[in-house]
Design a protein around this ligand. Sequence first.
Ligand code: FES
Ligand SMILES: [Fe+2]
Length: 332
Amino acid sequence: MPRILCDNAALRNAWYAVTRSVDLGAAPVSITLLDTKVVLYRSAGKIVAAPDRCPHREAPLSEGHLANGCLVCPYHGWTYGAEGRCVRVPSSAEHIPVPPRAHLATYTTAEKYGLVWLCIGEPGPGARDIPVIPQEDDPKFRRINTPVDVWRSSATRMADNFLDISHFPFVHVGTFGLAQETEVPKVKLEELDSGWYGYKYEVRASNSALGTLASGQSTDVVDRAMSSGFHLPFDVRSTIAYSGGLEHILLLLSTPIDDVTSYFTFVVWRNDDFSVSAEEIIRFDLAIGAEDKRMLEKLDGVLPLDKTTLVNAQADKASVEWRRRLNEAMSA
Ligand code: FES
Ligand SMILES: [Fe+2]
């Protein structure tokens, strides 16, 4: 298996969404980030993330259970509390202190947008931060989270796809792509708001039965003013504005499990009147995501990041710039 992403220091220093906050509760959770197995649990209200390997005999801690806010290893019951501290070695008499090296080496975590974010390297100056979505603090918008799915696709291919609109009339004919012209008007890259970089464009979208719930309109075709922008390494934001003032913001997050497999989740912010349920709203976006997934899982390996391997058209301008910056960050 290639390790273009997994062994890259810049990528290891970045933040990634690994699970939903609501999915981290009564039991430890096992995730893999850049080929590193990590156990996540909550203790004293705080998230602990550590290598999924007990310091005693290397049993997977994620197979253990939580008792009184502590993680109990399934093999010999060594018990870990807040900040990964080993608080009990059942085989030792109580007055014997735990071995100092029994404490877990922890990783840095954060909670934002209903998601648990993880950095297994060194976050901080120069490292990639958690992206900014200003609508999170705007009471006119509601946030809708969706389950974390696993795609047999490289995060590089996913980010590239989410920046690309020229596949809409081909890949998305089952949802909204039928009405769109295949020709993509001149792409003008610009600094968008809140640290996003990308382009603005108009899309003529088919308004299927599912689409009417998302667009709030009943005509056969709706015009959307959109933007697509990236935030390194693999975060993409898509904004949709319908006539009438309805806005639909999508944060598309691709997290490398390894070079060629990824978690995918997306978060929606909408300034609607809340009359349609969250489940119905996202059913349309989930159907669109399934179309992308079907296509991407047919492509092998990591997206070539160098300048010469792939052939580009003007419609690929955003992806070309994202790849240039990603390549630069990964080589630094
Ligand atoms: S391996 Fe975890 S307690 Fe022994
Ligand atoms: Fe797509």
